[in-house]
Design a binder for this molecule. Structure first.
Ligand SMILES: *Cc1c(COP(=O)(O)O)cnc(C)c1O
Length: 489
């Protein structure tokens, strides 16, 4: 097996082993880590199709995390993908109305971020051990809703770690907020932060690039890392389920090994879809990736025009986890399509001018978007046809897929990556199905959704409104550094 090293997207001379890149999270110059070279899957699809999720995840991750021993990696995988998930398949594929849905919401927080965040703490602990680091790892995370809770669940009471989560004040759903502010654990801190998600993410990033602050806390025995999707310890585990989805279609007989399929991915920070793109680079037979945006369609515009322009109104939608104007992981694609020099220049332009343009293109990624009405219609239509209830994010993808097929006539079998349980967004989902629910209490609507869908309320959110609020911090975004120092005294 080939050793894979990780290089910076703005500087190819930054070279680290996987475990070192996982610990660092981000390059000192603000760039992200990418594999210097993409590994190739040597095993045949027929063989992979016989594997369960854990074994397949091992086949994929071992090609990227080449400085981990088999024992170390299997330890991480086995602790992550266990009974925390409510189905032994971990990420089942279901067929509805002629398309396939890859359900990534069977974990502890009923959204896809569990796929990566249930393994990240183990990857980090193992990485620290391998690198002989004995500092307390402090996870700092900005969240548009789902990352925060999934990270809290992943890291809560994991020895040798602390976690501080910032969510945009007023920018997350009532269920998401309730999930976070009721989080238990000795090492957890949750705070609302003024501004929107991009402001929160920028504030957190400012800490990662503040050498003085890092030094100060290093002296106190702390080391920062990130649980955001910029960490390769999150990105790489996601590559596995693209392989797994494909293998399930082969196993079901829906396709033959080697046939190409499409993926439609509801996209925000561009982490999920990028993992799919990595899978394709490794050899997974994929025709197109449809990158689905909500009304914050900065990526749609980018894939159509080559210009990334974040200077626009930030729209709060019913798919809050995709309300993002700066898609951090896109930098990795930009680097893969251009060079470190060009990426550094483009990212400088983004931060100074709010935009950049490039001519290099990924021909296999198509931008689509769905506005609020199209999203609600998609939920209503799927419910009427199949009695299957989509969450708002998955509905953005489903509506985008529909538009893509009409536009292109492409009839390649398609997997829609389903990123959340409808229960997480029960209110907007119910309103989409029937206007009569407008104005009703979000938590009461969970019971209503149970009746509508026939799917029992998942344990992680059952009776959540009755749980005790344990966190009520509000942090001014200009004061984030003081807030963090205060927590780590
Ligand atoms: C985070 C999230 C997304 C967006 O994923 P990215 O990797 O940020 O593109 C989509 N849907 C849900 C439910 C999410 O939580």
């Amino acid at each position: 097996m080939k050793d894979i090293t990780y290089i910076g997207t703005r500087n190819r001379n930054i070279k680290l082993k996987a475990s070192e890149a996982i610990l660092k999270g981000i390059c000192p110059d603000g760039g992200l880590f990418i594999p210097e070279e993409m590994p190739v899957m040597e095993k045949k699809i027929d063989e992979l199709s016989k594997m369960n999720y854990r074994d397949l995840a091992y086949e994929v991750m071992s090609l990227f995390f080449t400085d981990f021993t088999e024992e170390e990696l299997r330890y991480c995988i086995n602790n992550a993908y266990d009974e925390k998930f409510d189905t032994p398949e971990i990420a089942p594929v279901v067929e509805k109305d002629g398309v396939f849905f890859l359900e990534l919401f069977h974990g502890k927080t009923i959204a896809f971020k569990d796929m990566a965040l249930s393994i990240l703490p183990y990857l980090m602990k193992t990485s620290a051990k391998k690198n002989d680091i004995h500092k307390e790892i402090v996870i700092l995370t900005a969240t548009s809703g789902d990352t925060g809770k999934a990270a809290l669940e992943g890291f809560a009471d994991v020895e040798g770690t602390r976690i501080i989560v910032f969510y945009p004040d007023g920018g997350v759903s009532p269920v998401q907020k309730q999930q976070m502010v009721t989080q238990k654990g000795k090492n957890v801190c949750v705070a609302a932060i003024t501004g929107n998600f991009d402001d929160a993410q920028t504030a957190v990033k400012s800490i990662f690039t503040d050498e003085e602050m890092k030094k100060e806390l290093d002296d106190k025995g702390f080391m920062f890392s990130s649980a955001n999707s910029i960490n390769i310890g999150r990105l790489i585990p996601q590559v596995a389920y693209y392989w797994y989805a494909y293998c399930q279609l082969v196993k079901k007989g829906s396709i033959k090994a080697g046939d190409k399929i499409n993926f439609t991915v509801p996209t925000g920070n561009f982490g999920n879809i990028l993992a799919g793109y990595f899978a394709k680079q490794m050899g997974l037979p994929v025709n197109k990736f449809v990158c689905a945006s909500n009304s914050n369609k900065v990526l749609y515009d980018f894939f159509r025009t080559g210009t990334y322009d974040k200077k626009r109104e930030f729209i709060l939608t019913t798919s809050p986890s995709m309300d993002i104007l700066i898609s951090s992981n896109l930098e990795r694609l930009v680097c893969m399509l251009t060079s470190q020099e060009e990426t550094a220049a483009l990212m400088k332009s983004l931060s100074e001018n709010g935009e950049y343009s490039m001519t290099a293109k990924a021909d296999d990624i198509v931008g689509e978007f769905a506005d609020e009405e199209e999203t609600a219609t998609a939920i209503r239509k799927m419910y009427a046809n199949e009695g299957y209830v989509l969450d708002t994010h998955t509905a953005v993808a489903y509506a985008s897929y529909d538009k893509y097929v009409k536009e292109s006539g492409d009839e390649t079998p398609t997997v829609i990556v389903s990123t959340a349980s409808p229960y997480k967004f029960a209110k907007d989902v119910c309103i989409a199905i029937d206007e009569k629910y407008r104005g009703q209490d979000a938590f009461a609507l969970m019971d209503e959704l149970e009746k509508l869908s026939g799917v029992p309320i998942p344990a992680p959110v059952k009776d959540i409104e009755k749980r005790e609020v344990l966190h009520n911090n509000l942090c001014e975004r200009e004061k984030i550094k003081d807030f963090v120092k205060e927590q780590l005294r």
